[in-house]
Design a protein. Sequence first.
Length: 283
Amino acid sequence: MQNEPVQNESTPQSRATKISPAGAKLTVVAVATGCAFALISLPRPVLPSGPPPLRLSRHAIQIVIRADQSLASRVPSDALAEQFRSHYFAQGQAEASSGETRAQFDARRRALTKAVKRLHEHDREAVMALRAEAVQHFEQLTGSNGHRRSERWLGSFSTVLERYNLSLRETSELRRFVVRTLFKARWNAIATLELTDTFEPVEEQAYWGWLALHGDNASPSQRRLDAAHAFRSSGGYGGLEAEGALAAALGRHAWAATRYHEAHTHTGNLRLRNHALACLALP
């Protein structure tokens, strides 16, 4: 009888036929992971649930705050600055009171326009210094150690904030900066300037981004979509996705699909690709 070859653990055949329990588990996990990745990677339409949350650079926020602190220390102490303050305070007190006549409002508006023009002619930095001064007072009045609210500085600002799910006493750094930025925009409006006049990019992102991404109390509208466009133009994170989500909510599905496709191209995010597919399938 012919002797049969002896097989041992060092031969290729024995290694192929013997797998340890741990190795078997690793094989199953690897196969399962591969299958899951393949499923996730497959194009499939998924309707968007809404825009992404607002994200801002903490470093950029701190730069803006320090710049305002520096500006506030250079407020001119002259008659022009005091004249502007008196008109500004009158606006706040009028907002907090029962109201005023149209003639009174128009007269103050003309006076403010004239005061700002004279300040600009005298010293361009003076206008921004007065705004920085107002921001410092705002932070003192609304901070954790602040005194009671002052109508002449804040007017009806707290009521405006409520419309956008914000308050004067925000605690998170991001929401607090948004409120601060909205206060700046209010100051600009009273001073007859553009709402975002001389804003840094992170301030524009805070201003437009909150309305576009978190304006839940306002139904999706063209105004909110315009805000998303301004947010993206200022370098806001997730701007293309925000435009896509708001366009989809307005029923502009083809345009939304284009925005989601662009967002996917820029980021490689498969979720954005799937949102684009879903929007293309809608009428």
